[in-house]
Design a protein around this ligand. Structure first.
Ligand code: 5GP
Length: 123
């Protein structure tokens, strides 16, 4: 099953409103907010409201297909929002999965970065 017994992270406090967040999109499954330490002129995090054991993408299974799709569809929509600082040139959509990738919060999150051109490969 998908019952999530891992400790809550700071993202649950943002979802619950215990810590203020600059929310840019929300529906019954998805929550999106401005990153507190933006790495680009536009930097939004898109997360599942219910973590469903997804501390990282490596925990995903066929049960997560729907939420993973919703996260990416929301990320694509957000990346077109000029009011958030995104331009016409597209965006970088990133999941840091695990310590080598620099993941700090064990609640799956999709970074949506834009508003400037970026280099590849990332550091
Ligand atoms: P990670 O390194 O795990 O991929 O990304 C975690 C992101 O969460 C970081 O970019 C960090 O700035 C952001 N973050 C951590 N704590 C908070 C917070 O309390 N509020 C907001 N808005 N972002 C946070």
């Amino acid at each position: 099953g998908l019952r999530d017994t891992a400790p809550e992270t700071i993202f649950d406090k943002l979802i619950g409103g215990d810590i203020p967040a600059s929310v840019v999109y929300e529906d019954d499954k998805v929550f999106a907010f401005k990153d507190i330490n933006p790495a680009a002129p536009a930097h939004i995090l898109v997360i599942p409201k219910d973590r469903m054991n997804l501390s990282g993408l490596r925990k995903s299974s066929p049960e997560h297909v729907e939420i993973l799709g919703k996260l990416l569809v929301a990320a694509g929509e957000i990346s077109k929002n000029k009011e958030l600082g995104f331009g016409d040139g597209g965006a970088r959509i990133v999941i840091n999965d695990g310590e080598d990738a620099g993941q700090e919060v064990p609640h799956l999150h999709v970074h949506v970065l834009g508003g400037r051109s970026m280099v590849w490969p990332p550091g």
